[in-house]
Design a protein around this ligand. Structure first.
Ligand code: BV8
Ligand code: ZN
Length: 255
């Protein structure tokens, strides 16, 4: 199931990059984007909701969708995959965690210095002047998926608050993207976990690592690989595969 060559590369690595997508939070009960039926994309036209145009056209619809997602995250717990990444960081001289996710489950599992390429559900800001609210948002009302909720008003300019995520057509935060690309070019091993690799420029990260000579592994029930050499597909769920990988590389884990 997990090739010895990959176990040895992980054990001997000086610098490991972990690159995560929605699949790492799937076992916490958070819908992914493209899973049939449960995926957000299936039940909503997410690509048309996750845009500044959609927010301008109907702020209450978009805010309601994100508050529903934020509520699901608040109700969720980190899963063994998130915890395995924290455990791995204890064994590796240098681990860089890059996520496309907008939930805070990595942080709640104990990961630090997480590079969020697509922002966070937990950092709303004013759509007009960019100012974050004075008080953090409380627990959202019980909006069921797709119900409209009027976004709160900015205390400074009266504009609408918006979710602190990167929408389609918006630029990614330059610091996080530059740091992620630099880590990918420097690392010995990159483990991509739970991503379909559709969305750019984030999807460039594993390619940069492979092109720079790193060993690349994809943890995904649908994993398929294209490059053969130095690349591995671990076709399984993250919550089962990652603890196994770490136990094989470093012995019984404490998690
Ligand atoms: C940019 C935040 C330009 C919001 C997200 C045409 C028109 C316009 C733009 C484009 C275009 N063509 C290309 C583009 C660029 C566009 C893009 O890439 N589009 C794609 C769809 C083709 N990108 C952008 O617009 C980016 N910005 O390019 O700016 C620019 C340039 C200069 C100056 C100004 C502007 C911005 C992209 C960011 C969009 N925001 N999220 C929100 O969350 O609502 S993207 C969204 O999809 C998610 O956040 C996530 O980050 C991303 C990828 O999804 P995944 O994480 O991979 O999830 P998915 O469901 O797809 O896959 C889950 C996987 O997990 C599956 O493979 C499944 O098998 C696996 N899995 C399931 N269970 C498990 C599991 N794995 C392991 N264990 C399990 N248990
Ligand atoms: Zn404002």
């Amino acid at each position: 199931m997990i090739p010895d060559a990959l176990i040895n590369a992980v054990r001997d690595a000086r610098h490991i990059v972990i690159f995560t997508g929605a699949g790492v939070s799937a076992e916490s009960g958070i819908p992914t984007f493209r899973d049939p039926l449960t995926g957000l994309w299936e039940r909503f036209d997410a690509a048309s909701l996750a845009t500044p145009e959609a927010f301008r056209a109907d702020p209450a619809l978009v805010w309601g969708w994100y508050e529903w997602r934020r509520m699901k995250v608040l109700q969720a717990e980190p899963n063994p995959a998130h915890r395995a990444i924290v455990e791995l960081a204890r064994h590796v001289p240098h681990l860089t965690l890059v996520t496309q996710n907008v939930d805070d489950l990595h942080e709640r599992a104990g990961s630090t210095d997480v590079l969020h390429l697509h922002g966070s559900l937990h950092q709303p800001r004013c759509f007009t002047c960019g100012k974050p609210p004075e008080e953090p948002l409380g627990t959202p009302d019980e909006p069921e998926g797709g119900r409209r909720l009027q976004p709160p008003q900015c205390e400074r300019c009266g504009g609408h608050l918006r979710p602190g995520v990167v929408w389609f057509g918006e630029s990614l935060p330059a610091y996080q993207l530059d740091a992620a690309f630099a880590a990918a070019k420097d690392c010995d091993v990159l483990i991509s976990i739970g991503t379909s690799g559709f969305v750019y420029p984030a999807a460039e990260v594993p390619n940069l690592a492979w092109q720079a000579g790193a060993v690349v592994a994809h943890v995904n029930p649908l994993a398929n690989i294209s490059r053969g050499e130095r690349e591995y597909a671990l076709a399984g769920a993250a919550g089962e595969t990652l603890p196994m990988l770490i136990e094989r590389a470093f012995g019984r884990t404490g998690s």
